[in-house]
Write a protein that binds this ligand. Sequence first.
Ligand code: PBG
Length: 336
Amino acid sequence: MSSNLFRGAYPNTRPRRLRAHDFSRRLMRENQLTTDDLILPLFVIEGRGETQKVASMPGVERLTVDLLAQKAVELVNLGIPAVALFPVVDAAHKSDDARAAFDADGLAQRAVRALKDAAPELGVITDVALDPFTSHGQDGLMDERGYIVNDDTVEVLVQQALSHAAAGADVVAPSDMMDGRIGAIRTALEREGHVNTQIMSYAAKYASAYYGPFRDALGTAGNLKGANKASYQMDPANSDEALHECAQDLQEGADMIMVKPGMPYLDVVRRVKEELRVPTFAYQVSGEYAMHCAAFENGWLNREAVILESLLGFKRAGSDGVLTYFAEEAARLLQR
Ligand code: PBG
């Protein structure tokens, strides 16, 4: 509030009056973070009974399918509504045409089935993009000049999304940023009878340097060819473009949209929510997680308070929910 508003009004108006007691702070509270807002991203690996730490994401572990199923039950008990699944694919299954992406018996597809078997009530969101499956780590197919070709990539994405839906995914989440993929996926899902498979579009996904630790987690950082993903992900300087992308994806059939990364882009969340008024999610990405953890480990920030404050910021900005690697911990904190 501008100080002009209060000049002359004081002492009639004392904003601190409402902050003086816990009861009235609770009554005045405009936004609330609950466990219902949280989506946990999970990394799945081949094997049995094994976990792997991710060096740049302290506390995050890749899990084999059997352990993932156990985790699903814990998450349901904590009240977390959904998980976002990311497969860590062996080099042997990477290729230039990314054909492993739509293998009915691929790691992601098996993981979806195991999750739905173990905890049917837990929402399962799958990542639709080719980066785990391409030998070059880009999200789409590459031509001889190194350009990521749009329409041929969309055809593979459609196959991938269909294979996820067939495995039982509740929500497919295209994170690839190809043009037209939402419409193509929606049409194919309808045609194949998956009328209630939801689409959460990573509509405003920026070409961000905050994804570094995620690429470590997936093992795609080392082999990423092509300087960056700027020919398909959005320029961090833009926000009108985000509205345009979101509107287009909604028109094509997206049920929900996502802004990513999160904290440096809360202005985009606010604009999208205010102007489009649709279910809006944001992703507190790996780099945001890593920098928080670094500060916690140094004793520079109070872990529990900052986790909850950072997530509340997403709610205040207008997010209906947040994808966050802190989801499980935040849910435990919210139980207290
Ligand atoms: C790729 C994908 C990325 C993330 C989710 N899906 C990385 C990228 O675009 O290179 C990043 C998530 C994170 O950093 O936590 N399809």
